[in-house]
Every structure is written in C-alpha cells, then in structure tokens.
Design a protein around this ligand. Sequence first.
Ligand code: LLP
Length: 429
Amino acid sequence: MHSFRYQGGSLHCEDTNLESLAREHGTPLYVYSKATILDHYRRLAAGMSELDCLICFATKANSNIAVLNLLAEEGAGFDIVSAGELFRVEKAGGDPGKCTFAGVAKTRKEIEYALDRGIFSFNAESEAEVRHINEIAGEKGVKAPIAFRVNPNVDAKTHAKITTGKSGNKFGVDFDLVRDAYARAAELPNIEVRGLQMHIGSQLTTVNPFVEAVEKVGPLVEELKSNYGIEFFSIGGGIGIVYEDSLDSGDLDWWSQGQNRALTIEQYSEKLVPLLKPLGLKIILEPGRYMVGNAGVLLTEVVYEKQGTTKTFKIIDAGMNDLIRPTLYEGHHDIVPVKEPSGTKTEIVDIVGPVCESGDFFAQNRELPSVDEGDLIAVLSAGAYGFVMASNYNSRPFPAEILIDGETAHVIRARQSFDDLIAGETIPA
Ligand code: LLP
C-alpha cells in the first residue's frame, strides 16, 4: 500500500495536504509516509514469519536517520555499503550487531571501523578483501565474521545498470570459484566463516529469477553449512515496486490487486519460504526499494511553460540533481498534479528541470493532465534512490525532507542554505 491519495481536491500524504505542505516548506521537497514504510516492513516480516529471518534494510535506498530510526525501532537490521552508512545507522539507533557490510572496495579504515563497532558480517566480494580483513582483524586480536557474496550468474531481467548477478558484473565471487574461496578463507586465523550472500539485481518484477538463484545456490549453502558450520544465507534485496499507474484507483492497496502489477510479497514468500526453510539457517533479506520507494514523492513547482515547434516543455524547479533515476536508468516515475484535475484535459509534454544538461528530464512525450505555471506536481515513487543520489550540481542546494505521520509533518532534513553549499571550501591565502 501507499498513503498518497486525493482528498478534497488536493493530493494528500496520509492526512497531510501536500499543497499546504509545499507552500510552507518550499519546493523541491521530498515527502515520505511513515505509515507506508511501516506497512511494507511488517508485510515482509509477516510473509517470512515461518523462517528465522532478519530483514536488513538496504540503507543506500534512503539513509535519512529518521527513516532508519523507524526501521530500527521495528527490529530491522541494516545492509550497509560504507562506514558512513554504519555511522548513520548507529546515529539512528540501529544495532551494528544486525548490520551486514557489502561493497567491492572496503578500505582499511572502513574495515577497522566496522570491526570496532561489531557488525554481524562482512559480505566479502573477493578473496583479496578477505585477506585484508584477516590481516586487520589479526592486528586487533579479533576474529572477523565474513560471508562471501556469490555471483550465481542468473539473469535478473532488469535494467542493465541494476543487474548484478551475471558473471560479467563486478560483484561477488563467481559461482564456480566460490568453493575454493571458502576453503582458503577457512584456513585464515582471524576469519570466522559465518554465511553466504547473494544479490542478483534490483527492481525485479517477477519471482522467477529469485527462485532460479535460490535453487542454484541452495545446494552450495547446504555444503557450506556442513563443511564450515555457516549460520546464515542472505538472498539480497531486489523486490521490485510499481512505478506506473500507481495512483489510479481509490483503493491504492495494489499488493492485493491482480497478478500482473508488481511482485507481491505473497508471491515472493509463497515461492521462496518453502525453498529456504529446509536449509535450517538464518535467512537475511536486504530490501531497499520495496521498503521506501512508494513511500516517497518529490514535490515540485512548474516554473515556466515553453512551447517549441515540436514539443511543449513544462519546466519545473526540481532537476536531475534532485532525482537522477529518469535519466540514469530510463526510470519511469508517474507524475501527477497536486491539485486534483477537474476535467479530462491532457497535454503531451516533456517535464524538464533547470539543470544545464539535455539529460535533465523527468518525463518525455508523456500525456499528462494540463498544468500551468505556478502549479505543483508530484513525482511519485521517489522514496528510494531519490534524495540519496542527489548532488549539488549547478550549485543547487539539497531539497528538504519531510516525514509525514498522519497530520504531523516532521522536517527530517532542513533544506540546504547557500552557506551549506560552500561549507568546507577555502580560498588559499
Ligand atoms: N543488497 C545489495 C548487495 C545491493 O547492492 C542492493 C542494491 C540491495 C541489497 C538493495 O536492492 P533493492 O532491494 O533496493 O532493489 N540506484 C538504482 C538501484 C541500485 C541498487 C544497488 N544495489 C535505482 O535507482 O534503480
């Protein structure tokens, strides 16, 4: 479900009117729904309840400490990819003992920091990394828990830039090489072999690639359990969400609608639980997008309209620096007026931002309800990989972030000021 709907002619998040919110806090503005995030976490936890399952939220999807705090309070762990994310998790009240640390290039500093904080496992992506962890753990006189990330060479059938489980990708250790990697790691004095991890890609819209990967890797997991006593198997993240027609009905609880929309938690758990349960291990999931994607929108104002000979441009005050998904992944985001359209008048338009790049667009040749200069629009499904991928390109300050709880709007990140933009910069004397 998500909590964005028209009420009394204006788009609301939960019980908060987004028109008034944008007028008060300015645009561009990221807005998240607390109820949606909690609902998604609880649905997944319920779907997996037959397993000994730890949900490690993929922090990279939305790392605002207020969002992390919501999930920490629910008991979630966190999948992190940098020391900076670990710092955030702890500031948010998360437990480092429930953190898995992924990433292909963990540095000495990051490994030291993670060992000091006592993370649950390093998800190692190469043998060189494990040797490095072994050396650093030895200096500290501790044993470092590790899992290898196996690259199962399964096609996730998603966008090329978010496919990670094929043998040509830089991620993980090739399926055919991983047994030997475990054998050598088990010999290292300061390494505790604790699990196996995989992550085949992001925005998967059917369960089949997950099933294929679990079926392929399952026997290896059993072997590693008997040889090295591993405790956990992480099947990564990747659960896809609905990006199109997500605001098209009164009942927005699309998880319960038809089969052809997105991957539902019911489908996911129905297929995967029976495969995972017999392994008798702790199962870790690393969902990011599923948890927060549909829980967030980007509010922006139409600044100008420009009529070209072949196109109509609606130029908005948000740019690719605020939300890069459309241009980087050809990512579709539904765009709706904040004021509920009264008629059926539509236009074919390009929605573009102010940044000096032709790639600065949110939609191209899209039929949308007519909007005028000064109107507010909402870019939907922007809660995952939105703000976290924002930059200051063109010296545009970061938008503010708001967390809605019913009628209450919490500013969880203030809009950046111009002074913030140059913080840390100096002119040599
Ligand atoms: N675990 C690992 C090891 C990952 O690399 C990722 C995402 C996840 C979990 C979470 O995947 P999710 O459940 O969110 O699909 N910026 C791109 C997505 C990049 C995903 C990177 N890794 C986008 O906006 O589509």
